[in-house]
Design a protein around this ligand. Structure first.
Ligand code: NAD
Length: 325
């Protein structure tokens, strides 16, 4: 069996069309939706992300502002700035760009963002609403993963879904979203770093949603220890989920984005690109090449959950703009 590729392009186009129509209606009523991204200091990785946000917002009629704060900004000053944005009626949504410098407590900032401007659905009020059902917004990646799953498997009632990863931004909200229907929910199992036998769970699942980021975490830990002068063995960067761990006919949603070296030379050094830098690749947590020969449907990495996540941010911005209006 060769798996169906769940690439999300159609879903992104559909979401953007709806968002653009709603953004226009809001603008026609004098309330142009406006997203403000707060970035503390400079970070090349977030720059790629903020450029992408600006472009996506522009393409659907949402105004986008990148608020660059000094690297040394204090927690109090940052919180004061967030409160100002909460009070500003022209601001529909606020997003805190990660990572933040050490002096900043990101969780406290997220708690300070007003619930009706919390476009990432990360604050306690929106998390609580997710638990109760009827939420205003939910974390973008979690919604993206579930919506992509629904394009491949509409009816989830009674299915066995295994979620690998239990973070607040991805794994836990995915489980909560899946459990929201009283009668049509799947059975959801959440696995994590302390799960004893991951394959026991994944093998019997109709749907496997993986959000762990294991190989990048291993590569990061190896680099930190090596930099500190420790003698360390090359880490195992093979995918967390092999084809053997998956049921034939399963649907696989790979949320992970691992940036790891393409390979190593005989001395254990990462292969270099033409610029002399480490040649890197982006992979998920699932062995895509082997899994696609076995399962019914699978998302690629990159190009699967990622683009839908950005589209969900736009959708959440409209939901917040309407709530504020
Ligand atoms: P996190 O580090 O907060 O959480 C990792 C989770 O993986 C934890 O719940 C941990 O228990 C689990 N885990 C770690 N090792 C494991 C193991 N060996 N077996 C089973 N579970 C294990 O990460 P996160 O923020 O939830 O992100 C997870 C992945 O999703 C990362 O690769 C990240 O890059 C990716 N991500 C993608 C998007 C997107 O837009 N596609 C957005 C956010 C995160």
């Amino acid at each position: 069996m060769v798996a169906e590729l769940i690439d999300g392009k159609a879903l992104v186009a559909q979401i953007k069309e709806q968002v653009a129509a709603e953004a226009k209606a809001l603008s026609d009523g004098g309330r142009t939706p406006r997203l403000v991204a707060v970035q503390v200091g400079e970070n090349p990785a977030s720059k790629i992300y903020t450029n992408m946000q600006a472009k996506s917002c522009g393409s659907v009629g949402i105004e986008y502002e990148l608020l660059n704060l000094d690297d040394n900004v204090s927690q109090d000053d940052l919180l004061a700035r967030i409160r100002q944005l909460n009070e500003d009626p022209t601001v529909s949504g606020i997003i805190l760009q990660m990572p933040v410098p050490k002096q900043i407590d990101a969780r406290q900032v997220q708690v300070t963002i007003g619930p009706s401007k919390d476009v990432e659905g990360m604050g306690p009020v929106n998390m609580g609403r997710l638990f109760y059902g009827g939420q205003l917004v939910a974390p973008c990646t979690a919604v993206a993963a579930v919506e992509l799953l629904k394009t491949a498997q509409g009816d989830l009632a009674g299915k066995e879904v295994v979620v690998v990863g239990h973070s607040e931004i991805v794994g836990k909200p995915i489980a909560m979203i899946l459990l929201q229907s009283l009668l049509q929910s799947p059975t959801v199992t959440v696995c994590h770093v302390a799960t004893k036998d991951l394959s026991f769970h994944t093998r019997r699942a109709d749907v496997v949603i993986v959000a762990a980021g294991v190989s990048q975490a291993r590569w990061g830990a190896y680099r930190r220890r090596k930099k500190a002068g420790e003698e360390v063995e090359l880490p195992d960067l093979s995918p967390l989920v092999s084809a053997e761990m998956l049921n034939e006919g399963a649907i696989v949603i790979d949320v992970a984005i691992n940036r790891i070296p393409k390979g190593f030379d005989a001395n254990g050094e990462p292969l270099k690109n033409e610029k002399g830098k480490n040649a890197m690749k982006t992979v998920g947590d699932v062995d895509f090449e082997a899994a696609k020969e076995k399962v019914a449907a699978i998302t690629p990495v990159p190009g699967g959950v990622g683009p839908v996540t950005v589209a969900m941010l736009l959708k959440n911005t409209i939901a917040c703009a309407k709530a504020n209006a």
